[in-house]
Design a protein around this ligand. Structure first.
Ligand code: LLP
Length: 429
């Protein structure tokens, strides 16, 4: 393998809050030995620090009370929905499927907020019948659908209108949503947002309670949030509506050298901007990544090491783009380490790839790893708790990995590994 100059051990702050090193150098998460977890549940495996998740939810609730809503697209299973609810958060669902998982977990419908730029008639009907707390209306076509449903059953849901504030957040273009050129929401600058407010206020089919905006995801720059709050204030203050939701989007560090505000710091920035711009409406937030990302690591087993002298070394693991498509989709960076030697210097540079049938299937383009990495090692990537499991696929009919929640030395399997039989459940032959 190629030696590299930077040989730093894994930056500790990328690991879940309740991480420890055992006397023999192994990583414990939530009091559970990660290598024992790999042996018990197999790999790939998502290992979550349950108390880390709870602490982040509490941070959001401390700042915004029940108007802190967990964006479940970041990571959702029944245990996660219950955890966010138990900690006092509402839950943002962006599809009928996310809504179904939350309702199946026993979350009261009024704690749910339904999002989506193209909600179907059946999603809207389900949400209205179930009595979700808020529907965030995204378009005139959606208002048409809500009006025709209302004609049939007379239900009048509480809604927010999603507006597009015209703020270009500094992030990957695929996850920037606040700029005018966006598929989401009613544009402020064209007058569409104001027209939508007028329409909603006159419509018998909806009860307009507030305005919503979300400028993008993995945003590090706090001035993007302050700028969005200022546009929202200018638009929403004269309306005098009781609620104003500023979305999610707080970035998290994934690799060495990155830093981001904490949820509390982010909340303070939003509160300060709101006070400065005279907002009196109740503010809400919708964090996803900042709740879940750093709570988990993914464990893989190294199966093949291919050394190409003068070119590079490929380290192939037993997962890949099916459990973490972010490197392929967004060019996102991750770190790697060996849970058997979590504080070891990482002196060699390798490319960590998955087991899928294409060259694009890479997890880490330039990974620093300890020099003694061998086939059979468990290798881990931190900060995989958001948009990993939730964006997973069955490409190559790879089985989706299980999820384990660890706390106080107990490991609770909350999602089991898929089986070959699961692959056939929808296949009618
Ligand atoms: N609210 C709305 C309306 C959203 O669309 C999103 C994320 C959130 C809240 C939560 O944003 P967060 O706090 O997690 O940044 N798959 C991409 C991220 C897509 C985000 C989509 N919307 C990724 O892996 O980076």
């Amino acid at each position: 393998m190629t030696p590299v100059q930077s040989s730093n051990p894994l930056p500790w702050h990328l690991l879940p809050d309740n991480s420890e090193v055992s006397a023999d150098g192994r990583l414990l998460i939530g009091g559970c030995d990660t290598l024992e977890l790999a042996a018990e549940f197999g790999t790939p495996l998502f290992v979550y620090d349950e108390d880390h998740l709870r602490a982040r939810c509490r941070e959001a609730v401390d700042a915004f009370g029940s108007h802190a809503t967990y964006a479940s697209k970041a990571f959702l299973c029944k245990a996660m929905a219950r955890l966010a609810f138990e900690e006092g958060m509402g839950i943002d669902v962006a599809s009928g499927g996310e809504m179904h998982v939350c309702l199946s977990a026993g979350i009261p419908a009024e704690k749910l907020v339904l999002h989506g730029n193209n909600k179907s008639m059946s999603e809207l009907a389900l949400a209205r019948q179930a009595g979700v707390g808020r529907i965030v209306v995204d378009s005139d076509d959606e208002l048409d659908r809500l009006e025709s449903l209302h004609t049939a059953d007379g239900l009048v849901p509480d809604v927010l209108l999603r507006i597009t504030p015209g703020i270009k957040a500094e992030t990957h273009e695929f996850v920037a949503t606040g700029q005018d050129d966006s598929k989401f929401g009613f544009t402020v600058s064209t007058g569409a947002a104001k027209a939508a407010v007028d329409r909603a206020q006159e419509s018998p089919a909806v009860n307009l309670v507030g305005i919503h905006a979300h400028i993008g995801s993995q945003v590090f720059r706090v001035d993007s949030f302050s700028a969005a709050v200022a546009v929202l204030a200018e638009f929403a203050n004269p309306l005098g509506l009781p609620e104003l939701v500023v979305g999610g989007g707080l970035g998290v560090p994934y690799v060495e050298g990155e830093e981001a505000p904490s949820i509390s710091q982010w909340a303070t920035i939003i509160r300060t901007a709101a006070a400065e711009t005279g907002i009196t409406a109740q503010i809400g937030i919708e964090p996803g990544r900042s709740i879940a990302a750093a709570a988990a690591v993914t464990l893989y087993t190294v199966g093949t090491v291919k050394q190409l002298p003068g070119i590079r070394t490929y380290v192939a693991v037993d997962g890949g783009m099916s459990d973490n498509p972010r490197p392929v989709l967004y060019g996102s960076g991750y770190e790697a380490f060996l849970p058997r030697a979590v504080t070891a210097e990482r002196t060699d540079r390798v490319r960590i790839v998955g087991k899928h049938c294409e060259s694009g299937d890479l997890l880490i383009r330039e990974a620093s790893v300890p020099a003694d990495l061998v086939v059979g090692d468990i290798v881990a990537t931190p900060v995989t708790g958001a948009y990993g499991h939730s964006m997973g696929s069955n490409y190559n009919k790879i089985l989706r990995p299980p999820v384990v929640f660890c706390s106080g030395g107990d490991a609770r399997l909350v999602v089991r590994r898929e089986t070959f039989e699961d692959l056939l459940t929808t296949d009618l032959g």
